[in-house]
Design a binder for this molecule. Sequence first.
Ligand code: NI
Length: 226
Amino acid sequence: MLLHIPDVLASQQVAEARAELERADWVDGRVTAGHQSALAKDNRQLPEDHPVARELGDRILTALQRNALFIAAALPLRVFPPLFNCYQGGQSFGNHVDNAIRHVTGTPHRIRTDLSATLFFVEPDEYEGGELLVEDTYGVHRVKLPAGHMVLYPSTSLHSVRPVTKGARLASFFWIQSMVRDDGQRTLLFDLDTAIQRLSRDQPDHPSVVQLTGVYHNLLRRWSDV
Ligand code: NI
């Protein structure tokens, strides 16, 4: 499932983050790429331990902890500390799949990348190109979202970033290990959760609310590893 999560950051937070990103020192993005993706990757990144990356990353994680749509869709177990990238002057990232396992630098922790996330910091009309293309069984999705919005997609997907031919594309990207590894099972749980929420809003006293909530939790018990 590919999901657009609106307003992860408020416009004031986006503006502050953008000012800090524009002042920061960037490095070649190949520092965090795997062997195959290093060949396809042409962008700049903030070093993982850069104070601006850590500060803004914490703000994003705090915002996500309060985001009901993100929690329901991702069922997060661990979130990789957000990274930041910049594309300009024709830079792009060719088709690739993200590494399955990532070390969290400076810690003994590893995460399995079940979901990939991109959070946009620049409005779509401020740069040309830079669409994120994500392939799934239904075809290729083109994603270019308003500043402060985020896309979540299965890390199993082939994806790429189109060349940025004018302006600059600033974004945060990171990975989530979900309590439910399988995208199909996670999508079923999300659909069921969404339906239960609608039913409990429209018919709060309906006995099916309790029964369906039971089904949700019993499926989560069956499918999760924590
Ligand atoms: Ni990628």
